[in-house]
Design a protein around this ligand. Structure first.
Ligand code: 13P
Ligand code: SF4
Length: 359
């Protein structure tokens, strides 16, 4: 971070104080089966497709795949929606994912099981504060993470995902550009160290990933010397330093399958274990420690907003058409520009959004 800036011009993330508790949906077997059957027929009746994130429940992930939808990271969710012929996209994830789907698919109806499913990164970066900050640094190009509102994306020059952030920033750095990065300070710090770029970092953080503990991972690794450590780059630098692989959700699932290690210590939301177990059957998965449920931890390796998605709410929005995502057209059109820059960069450089050449 550039400490030479006057203090008023330093990024001021809004503190995220009202993190909800993790409330998983609890269902008896009979209700669960009947909801699944009802949702399957409603998806057909409503010409809808279910697009779910890896952090949602195993039920939702299975349902998405069994009904021709998809389970993936946030960008692939949006790209899948674009390719799909369905008139309605039901996005099981958090709000910025629904908004991104709408930005890229304005002609479609986008519904979400719960519009209160936020993200601490998005909440830490209100558009008005961020715009003021950007306006104070007109000499800097603005790069934002996908975990932001449509209005913040609209103010940005580029939107990036964790899989491609370092490559885009290296490209801009090579052109001599100075940057503003928002909102995740840990991912920003990781990208800054990897590229050497001049970046002013917004000070937001993810309530899930910032809880992973360096000491706890060291202790776990001492008990399981055969294990590899997989870390999402929204984690603190000390945790990232212990990683064998740092990557986006898709990259971590792939690493779990490809690494020779029989045991994997995983520092990301534990919803990912459903896919990881399918991708790497027979391996042992251990949650990276967060400090424990009795400690200061609020979310304990599971995103409280992702947990707001469930079968009951999904069934209800399909019945009623409630919880539609709307994005004002001028905001949508500007946000689309920053997303398309990344998509074109990925296509031009032959980098898949999961981060590998030829993906
Ligand atoms: P991905 O887009 O890489 O899946 O990550 C989204 C997220 O919210 C991670 O916490
Ligand atoms: Fe946001 Fe963190 Fe939840 Fe991902 S896990 S949606 S970054 S709060």
């Amino acid at each position: 971070m550039n400490f030479a800036q006057p203090i008023a011009m330093l990024p001021q993330a809004r503190p995220v104080l009202d993190v909800p508790p993790v409330l998983e949906e609890e269902l008896e077997a009979a209700e669960r089966e009947s909801l699944i059957a009802r949702i399957k027929s409603l998806l057909v009746e409503r010409d809808a497709v279910l697009v779910a994130h890896y952090y949602t429940s195993a039920d939702l992930q299975r349902l998405a795949e069994e009904t021709g939808g998809c389970v993936s990271d946030s960008l692939e969710m949006a790209r899948f929606g674009h390719a799909s012929k369905a008139r309605t996209l039901v996005v099981a994830g958090v709000r910025f994912m629904g908004e991104t789907a709408k930005i890229l698919n304005p002609e479609k109806r986008v519904l979400m099981p719960d519009l209160g499913a936020e993200c601490s990164l998005d909440l830490s970066c209100p558009a008005e504060d961020f715009t003021r900050f950007c306006d104070a640094h007109p000499d800097r190009e603005v790069v934002v993470y996908a975990n932001t509102s449509a209005a913040v994306k609209a103010r940005a020059d580029w939107m990036v995902t964790s899989s491609i952030a370092a490559k885009v920033v290296a490209h801009l750095h090579a052109q001599g550009k100075k940057l503003i990065w928002a909102p995740d300070r840990y991912l920003g710090d990781y990208v800054q160290k990897a590229t050497g770029a001049d970046m002013l970092l917004w000070q937001g953080s993810c309530v899930v990933h910032e809880r992973f503990k360096e000491d706890g991972i060291r202790e776990l690794k001492a008990l399981h010397p055969e294990a590899a450590v997989l870390v999402h780059p929204e984690s603190p630098a000390g945790v990232i330093a212990l990683a064998d692989v740092v990557g986006s959700t898709t990259q971590l699932i792939r690493a779990a399958a490809e690494l020779p290690h029989p045991t994997l210590i995983v520092a990301t939301d534990n919803g990912i274990f459903h896919k990881m177990r399918l991708a790497a059957p027979g391996k042992t998965f251990l949650e990276a420690p967060t400090g424990g449920r009795g400690a200061t931890c609020v979310s304990c390796a599971h995103c409280p907003w992702m947990a707001m998605n469930g079968l009951r709410k999904l069934c209800r929005v399909l019945e009623t058409g409630d919880n539609e995502i709307h994005v004002e057209e001028d905001v949508r059109a500007r946000a689309e520009v920053s997303i398309h820059r990344m998509l074109e960069f990925a296509a031009r450089t032959g980098i898949g959004l999961a981060g590998r050449s030829g993906d």
